[in-house]
Design a protein around this ligand. Structure first.
Ligand SMILES: Cc1cc2nc3c(=O)[nH]c(=O)nc-3n(C[C@H](O)[C@H](O)[C@H](O)COP(=O)(O)O)c2cc1C
Length: 195
């Protein structure tokens, strides 16, 4: 891969015991590697230290505060990323608190980056979480791409090995989103350098 290849961080948002998130994230990360347009990094929020008490000073005043040592790897991955894909379930019609905490501890790491979504849950397939996240990332000056991947009733769609029993439509949805993400990630990376 060339040094201009955009870096994509795939974030596992759920940190719940017995979570399904890693299965969906690994499926998507494999699609992203097959796509060939990105250097792919899977980032598991369960491995990060995510205190609910945010820094005393607002990010507008102090965009890179002292963070917990256990958050350093997450921050490094977000710093390096040109694009981020959030893999999220719906939790009470929104996204997990672990994800909100990870988002709120960062600021410049989202600025002028391209963001995509993969959702899964019971009836709504992550779409309620995704819609909430679009407005959060708007506040952070990130660009969310139109296309997404959604798995309503995901438990009917994956086999015991974590493979989709009918993979064609989700793979096509992933490719369409990755194409959009690649365009935006490349354009925004060039514009950030020029700015
Ligand atoms: C507290 C809680 C609230 C949930 N709320 C919703 C919801 O509003 N809509 C929905 O479709 N599924 C909902 N679910 C189902 C989750 O999306 C499902 O359990 C999913 O597997 C959670 O992701 P995880 O297994 O990676 O933690 C909820 C689950 C939990 C534990």
């Amino acid at each position: 891969m060339s040094s201009n290849t955009p870096r994509l961080a795939v974030i596992i948002a759920s940190v719940r015991d017995g979570r399904f998130g890693p299965v969906v994230a690994n499926w998507f990360a494999e699609r992203a590697r097959e796509h060939g347009g990105f250097e792919v990094d899977v980032v598991d929020l369960a491995e990060a230290e995510l205190p609910l008490a945010l820094p005393a000073t607002s990010p507008m005043m102090d965009p890179n505060p002292t963070r917990p040592a256990g958050m350093a790897a997450l921050t490094r991955s977000l710093d390096a990323a040109d694009a981020v894909v959030i893999v999220t379930p719906d939790i009470n019609r929104s996204y997990p608190a672990s994800l909100k905490t990870a988002i709120d501890w960062h600021f410049t790491q989202w600025d002028r980056k391209a963001i995509g979504f993969v959702g899964y849950s019971g009836l709504t397939g992550g779409l309620l979480a995704i819609e909430h996240l679009r407005s959060v990332f708007n506040e952070l000056n990130a660009h969310t791409v139109r296309n997404y991947v959604s798995f309503p009733r995901y438990y009917l769609l994956f086999d015991a090995e974590g493979n989709l029993t009918d993979p064609d439509d989700p793979a096509a949805a992933a490719t369409a989103m990755l194409d959009q993400l690649h365009w935006w990630a490349t354009a925004l990376a060039a514009a950030r350098i020029a700015a």
